[in-house]
Design a protein around this ligand. Structure first.
Ligand code: SF4
Length: 447
C-alpha cells in the first residue's frame, strides 16, 4: 500500500488545509505514515508569516533530498503560503521538489498524484489565485486528526493589508464559503460524533461581506449553533475593526459559542496602530472591550502583540506595557516584528535593533506572565466543564482537557475515561500556562 507523510507549519488554517490534503490522498487509497523514509508522497504545507518559519521549511526541504536520491519515484510537494510566495524559485533552490501548489490550488493534489509520472518530469507549478471556486477545496472530505474536535474553514484570504503582513499577498482577498456548505459540513461532523468545532478564517468577522447580501458572521453563528450534537463552537481569528456589536450579541445569544475570545490588538500605541494600518485606535478597541465585558462577562480574552515594529520608541513600548496592565488579558501571544519582503513595513525606516526587540519582548512577557498566573489563580476552587482530549504527553496518568474559555486543565485519569467525554473539573492548582484539577462529575459519552 502506498503511503504519504505531511509536514505542517504555521497556523490552524494550515492544519485544517493539511487535513484536506490528507483526505485527497486517502481517497487515492494512500495511507498515512509518520516515517518520511516509508512515504511515496511527502507534502510540506508551509507558512511564510515570519522569516524563521520560512527558514525552517528550507531546512526541512534540504533534509528530504537524500530520500529522493534513494527513491527517485518519491513525490515531494510544497504547498501553502510559502509555495505561493516563492513559486518557481523553490524549484531553482531545491530541484528535488516535484510540485508546488498555492493555497488556491490545493484541490489539485489528487489529480497530480494520480498522474505522478508526468508530474515528476514537469516540476508542476500551480499558483493561480481564484482559479477555482472556494468549495472545490473546502468541500473535500478531510482526514481529520481528531474524532472529537474539528476545524471548519469558513473563508480564505484577507482584505486588511496590515503593513507587516504577507497574508493578503499569498492568500488573496476575502472569499467566504457559502453558509449552506458550512452548515452541511457541521451537520455531517455532528452525525459522526464530533463535539467541538472551530470556525477558521484569517478574519472571521469579515465572513459573508463578499456575498453583498447582508449575510455576516452573526448569521453563521446562529446557523451552526442550531446543529444538534455540536456542544462547542470556537472561532478564530477576530479583527477588532470588523467585530461588530451584532456579532457580540450573537455570541451572547448562542449558548454553544465558547467564552474564549482572541482579539489581536498588536500594539498599545495609536501611532503604531496607524502605521500598521490596523484601522482602529486604542479608544475604539477599549470601547469594544467595554461592550464585550457587559454582554459577555465570562469572556476569557487573549491577544497578539508585535514587538519592535519599525519606529517603536520606548514611550510606545511603555504604552503597550500599560495596555497589558489595563486590560489584563488571560494570555498574550507576543511576536518580534519580522520583515516580510513585499510588505510596506519591510521598507520602513527606523527598524528597531535586535537587542532592543528581545529586551522589550522579555518585558512584555514578564508583565503578561504575572497577569496570566493571577488570572489562573482566580480559578482555583471553581468547577469548569471540560471536554477530555486524552493523556498528557509528559505523564500518561494525567489527562487533559479545555474549558470553554480554552484554559488547559490536567487531571488524573479515572477508569473508563474516554476522549471526548464531557466532565466537570474542579481547579486545585494554577500555573501560568496550565491548571491542575480533579474531576467532580462525569457525563460519559462513548466515541
Ligand atoms: S488582518 Fe492584518 S494581520 Fe490579519 S491576516 Fe489580515 S492583513 Fe494579516
Amino acid at each position: 500500500m502506498e503511503k504519504y507523510h505531511i509536514i505542517t507549519y504555521g497556523c490552524q488554517m494550515n492544519e485544517s488545509d493539511s487535513e484536506r490534503l490528507a483526505g485527497q490522498l486517502e481517497h487515492l487509497h494512500y495511507r498515512r505514515t509518520e516515517t518520511p523514509a516509508e512515504a511515496d508522497v511527502i507534502i510540506i504545507n508551509t507558512c511564510c508569516i515570519r522569516e524563521s518559519a520560512e527558514n525552517k521549511v528550507y531546512g526541512k526541504i534540504g533534509e528530504l533530498k537524500h530520500l529522493k536520491q534513494h527513491n527517485p519515484n518519491l513525490l515531494i510537494g510544497i504547498t501553502g503560503c510559502m509555495a505561493q510566495k516563492n513559486k518557481k524559485a523553490l524549484f531553482a533552490r531545491a530541484p528535488h521538489i516535484d510540485f508546488v501548489l498555492g493555497p488556491y490550488n490545493l484541490h489539485h493534489l489528487e489529480e497530480l498524484v494520480s498522474q505522478k509520472q508526468q508530474t515528476v518530469a514537469s516540476h508542476t507549478l500551480m499558483t493561480d489565485m481564484r482559479a477555482a471556486s472556494i468549495e472545490d477545496f473546502t468541500d473535500i472530505k478531510a482526514k481529520r486528526e481528531s474524532n472529537v474536535f474539528a476545524w471548519v474553514p469558513i473563508m480564505q484570504g484577507c482584505n486588511k493589508f496590515c503593513t507587516y503582513c504577507i497574508v493578503p499577498y499569498v492568500r488573496g482577498r476575502e472569499w467566504s464559503r457559502p453558509l449552506a456548505s458550512i452548515r452541511a459540513e457541521v451537520e455531517q461532523l455532528a452525525q459522526e460524533g464530533y463535539k467541538e468545532i472551530t470556525l477558521l478564517g484569517q478574519n472571521v468577522n469579515a465572513y459573508g461581506l463578499d456575498f453583498k447580501n447582508g449575510t455576516d458572521f452573526s448569521d453563521l453563528l446562529y446557523t451552526v449553533n442550531e446543529v444538534p450534537g455540536i456542544e462547542r463552537i470556537r472561532y478564530m481569528t477576530s479583527h477588532p475593526r470588523d467585530m461588530s456589536r451584532d456579532m457580540i450579541d450573537a455570541i451572547a445569544a448562542c449558548p454553544k459559542v465558547c467564552t474564549q475570545m482572541h482579539l489581536p490588538i498588536q500594539s498599545g500605541s495609536d501611532e503604531l496602530l496607524r502605521r500598521m494600518n490596523r484601522g482602529y485606535t486604542l479608544a475604539d478597541y477599549m470601547e469594544l472591550l467595554d461592550y464585550i465585558r457587559i454582554r459577555l462577562p465570562q469572556t476569557v480574552l487573549t491577544t497578539d502583540l508585535i514587538v519592535g515594529f519599525p519606529g517603536e520608541t520606548e514611550a510606545m513600548h511603555a504604552d503597550t506595557l500599560r495596555l497589558l496592565e489595563t486590560v489584563e488579558y488571560d494570555m498574550a501571544y507576543t511576536f518580534i516584528f519580522s520583515k516580510r519582503s513585499g510588505t510596506p513595513a519591510a521598507a520602513m525606516n527606523n527598524q528597531v535593533d535586535d537587542d532592543t526587540k528581545k529586551r522589550r519582548l522579555q518585558e512584555l512577557m514578564d508583565v503578561q506572565n504575572e497577569i496570566s498566573l493571577r488570572k489562573n489563580q482566580d480559578m482555583v476552587g471553581q468547577v469548569f466543564e471540560v471536554i477530555a482530549e486524552g493523556p498528557s504527553k509528559k505523564n500518561a496518568d494525567n489527562w487533559f482537557g479545555r474549558t470553554s474559555g480554552n484554559k488547559m486543565i490536567l487531571f488524573p485519569y479515572q477508569a473508563g475515561m474516554t476522549i471526548g467525554e464531557t466532565m466537570q473539573v474542579r481547579v486545585d492548582r494554577a500555573q501560568t500556562w496550565v491548571l491542575t484539577g480533579t474531576p467532580t462529575e462525569r457525563r460519559s459519552t462513548a466515541i
